[in-house]
Design a protein around this ligand. Structure first.
Ligand code: ADP
Length: 398
């Protein structure tokens, strides 16, 4: 079976065609600038050259039609006809309180995705557009929605409720949802398998450290806590997002800088994080690393603050679970930055965590990076959200 995985943003569309016989990627690609001038499709068949098409894509519908054409093209395509695609799996950012697992799309599911527009105004409308465009381009094929928030739905009330007037939860479902759920779920599952841990009781902390970053705690593969909240702004320090701050700072800065709450939220999302801490050097950790190595004080502090925040979350989650069997690092920073992994783990000596420098000297490869006598197994485990989406899609459609 071949499954098409779709990840639609407001002006972009990423896709992968995966052969589920051996879980290999047959082709992947990206449509950029959908709905804007200069739309571009970049299509890469496995083992082949990148192929670019500049063509008008006024909406996701035209973009998906171009993807279909690229997939069946005689020279750079990978299938003879779109009939070979059995189903389409879609990343959907917010499933609200409706879904705790992936679902086959029907009219009720689409309505629920639309009901969550105000919870994820940048993502859910694009995700729904992608689903509807696939329904139009490939009528009759099953579509599956895989929600970023589904993993967090197993959290107990004590972890997901905010200490706010309860009526805000009742009226608006203001609660912790958590994001990157597909990644946390995938990585926690892989760690349990790799580490030979008990699938019912293993206590695992996953650090998804990308441009956006979050930590999760799970017991037996079920999320018990996670650092992102109602929105992906809470928790860790990120590339441009502040993560946790004193909420009173918002009014304080709004008054002094004459900002609206909306403008201040924009600052917290786009101008904060290591970008803000480093006084504007970059949101990219490679640039911050270079600046810190070159002696820039604020870049060094940004890295230290980032490391400290991750270590504090791990400590909190170990306390919440009363123990931990394994810790895993994933996503751009987690997979590529050995110093970050080492510096975070340096805070965890009290847990008996010991990192093997030789094993840790690796990028983007699945590996145990702790010593054999470490009390906690520590892994570098590359995330694969597309494969996780394809696996769920297969499960629901075969
Ligand atoms: P997202 O999916 O959230 O956009 P990724 O998981 O792709 O993010 O991570 C992107 C981030 O990974 C970049 O911002 C960059 O800071 C970081 N990164 C990538 N390679 C390295 C590296 N070699 N060293 C440190 N950080 C890196």
């Amino acid at each position: 079976m071949k499954i098409l995985v779709m990840n639609c943003g407001s002006s972009s569309l990423k896709y992968q065609l995966i052969d589920m016989e051996n879980e290999s990627v047959l082709a992947k690609g990206l449509c950029e600038r959908i709905g804007i001038d200069g739309s571009l499709l970049t299509h890469t068949p496995a083992g082949g050259e990148k192929y670019k098409v500049e063509a008008a894509m006024p909406s996701h519908k035209e973009a998906i039609e171009l993807v279909m054409q690229a997939l069946v093209d005689p020279s750079h395509g990978v299938i003879k006809s779109t009939d070979e695609i059995s189903a389409i799996g879609h990343r959907v950012v917010h499933g609200g309180t409706y879904y705790n697992e992936s679902v086959l799309v029907n009219e009720d599911v689409k309505k629920a995705i639309a009901d969550c527009f105000d919870l994820a105004p940048l993502h859910n409308p694009a995700n729904l557009m992608g689903i509807e465009a696939c329904e139009a381009a490939m009528p009759g094929k099953p579509n599956v929605a895989v929600f970023d928030t589904a993993f967090g739905m197993s959290m107990p009330e004590k972890a997901y409720l905010y200490a706010l007037p309860y009526e805000y939860y009742e009226k608006y479902k203001v609660r912790r949802y958590g994001f990157h759920g597909t990644s946390h779920n995938f990585v926690a599952g892989e760690v349990i398998r790799k580490g030979g841990l008990d699938p019912k009781s293993a206590k695992v902390v996953v650090c998804h450290l990308g441009n956006g970053a979050s930590v999760s705690a799970s017991i037996g593969g079920k999320c018990v806590d996670t650092s992102m909240g109602l929105t992906p702004l809470e928790g860790l320090i990120m590339g441009t997002r502040s993560g946790d701050i004193d909420p009173a700072i918002i009014q304080f800065i709004c008054e002094h800088e004459k900002l609206t709450v909306e403008e201040m939220t924009d600052v917290l999302n786009k101008k904060s994080g290591v970008l803000g801490l480093s006084n504007g050097i970059s949101s990219d950790f490679r640039d911050i690393d270079d600046a810190a190595n070159g002696g820039n004080h604020l870049a060094k502090v940004a890295l230290e603050a980032y490391t400290l925040r991750v270590a504090k979350y791990i400590g909190a989650y170990v306390a919440a679970m009363n123990g931990v069997d394994a810790i895993a690092f994933t996503a751009g920073v987690g997979e590529n930055d050995k110093f970050m992994r080492k510096n975070i783990c340096a805070y965890l000596g009290y847990l008996g965590v010991k990192i093997d420098d030789e094993r840790n000297n690796v990028r983007g490869e699945e590996r145990l990076i702790s010593t054999d006598d470490s009390k906690v197994q520590v892994y570098l485990l590359p995330t694969n959200e597309e494969l996780a989406i394809a696996r769920d899609t297969l499960k629901l459609t075969k």
